[in-house]
Structures are given as structure tokens and as C-alpha cells.
Design a protein around this ligand. Structure first.
Ligand code: 5GP
Length: 188
């Protein structure tokens, strides 16, 4: 992790459409590779170890912290998540740029440590639109949506720590915008 940490960090509130935008970016920029994070949260149905996350036991996570294996790690919703140094090194050594989707605290930590990385916050046009999208998605209860909106308001307070804020009006527009930022920042 010396000089060229080729890394793109994307954050944004739940329901803003990060997943779809990231898929679009990975499709259109061949040099981009998703970096898998480590987490202590239980594996969900349909997830695979090493594909969605590296699922660590608490002791494994403690050991990784102790051995300074993380670029950053944070507590998110009661579980620990961390970006592994060796994952980014592996990607960069393959002549590729890493992409991580992490929470706002983690993004702030990475940017502080490695100012050369590119950080982008994907924001909804308005919080009302985000609430509408979450309601339409229908995967969360009313209470859960309320919590997510509260979290989104907290996250929006931290956007000043990002290099760029991109408004997700449509998937196509925002992925093109981020694509442009990546191309410009890494001289592709
Ligand atoms: P989930 O458990 O739903 O996959 O992810 C929950 C949250 O963890 C998301 O908001 C995501 O941004 C965050 N997250 C995933 N990986 C990392 C990581 O490596 N570091 C940090 N700080 N947050 C992460």
C-alpha cells in the first residue's frame, strides 16, 4: 500500500441504488474490480464466503486488527466491517483499480489516511425521494424505513468529506458521471 493506492470508495444511504450503479461501473470499466471486505456479520442466504464478504469470526477479526491488516474498519449496525489491505494490493498488482462500497465513517478514515484515493458519495435527489424508493422496494417495514431515513440524514451530514457527490437521479446518468470521475482521476 505505498504510493499508488488505486482505490475508488463509494458510499450512499440505503436504498439510493448503490448496488445497481456499482454493477454498471464494473461492466463499463474493465480495469475496475470490486474489493471484498471482511465482516463479522452472519452470512445471509444466497451469500458466499469470499464472494460477498470474507466472513470472519470475532477472534479472526480481532487478530486482523492486531496484525494491522485493515486499511480501515468500523462498527456498522452492530457488526464489524473492514477493508483488507491485501485485497487492494492484490487488485492493484493485477494492474486494476479497486472499488469498495463502505459506510461514511470508513470512507472518512480511508480518505484521511490515503488522500490519493477517489471517494464518491451517491446521494438521492431528496430525502423524500429516498423514502419513496424504500417504500416502493417493499423489503423493509415502516419502522425499518424510518430508521434508514434517520441514518441517511446522519450520512448526508458527512458528505463534505468526499471528493465528489453524485446525485442519483437516474442509474444511467449517475453511473456515467462516476465513470467520468474515475476516468479523469486515474488517467485511464
Ligand atoms: P451489509 O451487511 O448490508 O452487506 O452492509 C452493511 C453496511 O456495511 C453497508 O452500509 C456497507 O457500506 C458497509 N460496509 C461494507 N463493507 C465495509 C467495509 O469494508 N468497511 C466499512 N467501514 N463499511 C463497510
Amino acid at each position: 500500500m505505498k504510493n499508488n493506492n488505486l482505490l475508488v470508495v463509494i458510499s450512499g444511504p440505503s436504498g439510493v441504488g448503490k448496488g445497481v450503479v456499482i454493477k454498471e461501473l464494473l461492466k463499463s470499466i474493465k480495469k475496475l474490480e470490486l474489493a471484498i471486505s471482511a465482516t463479522t456479520r452472519p452470512i445471509r442466504v444466497g451469500e458466499e464466503n469470499g464472494q460477498d464478504y470474507y466472513f470472519f469470526k470475532n477472534e479472526e477479526f480481532d487478530k486482523a486488527i492486531h496484525e494491522d491488516d485493515f486499511i480501515e474498519w468500523c462498527n456498522v449496525h452492530g457488526n464489524r466491517y473492514g477493508t483488507l489491505k491485501k485485497e487492494i494490493t492484490r487488485i492493484n498488482n493485477n494492474n486494476k483499480i479497486g472499488l469498495v462500497e463502505i459506510d461514511t465513517q470508513g470512507a472518512e478514515k480511508i480518505k484521511h489516511k490515503y488522500p490519493e484515493i477517489l471517494s464518491v458519495f451517491l446521494a438521492p435527489p431528496t430525502v423524500a425521494v429516498l423514502e419513496e424508493r424504500l417504500t416502493k422496494r417493499g423489503t423493509e417495514s415502516k419502522d425499518a424505513i424510518k430508521k434508514r431515513i434517520e441514518t441517511a440524514n446522519e450520512e448526508l451530514k458527512r458528505i463534505k468529506h468526499y471528493d465528489y457527490v453524485v446525485i442519483n437521479d437516474t442509474i444511467s446518468n449517475s453511473s456515467k458521471e462516476i465513470q467520468f470521475l474515475i476516468t479523469k482521476s486515474f488517467d485511464l
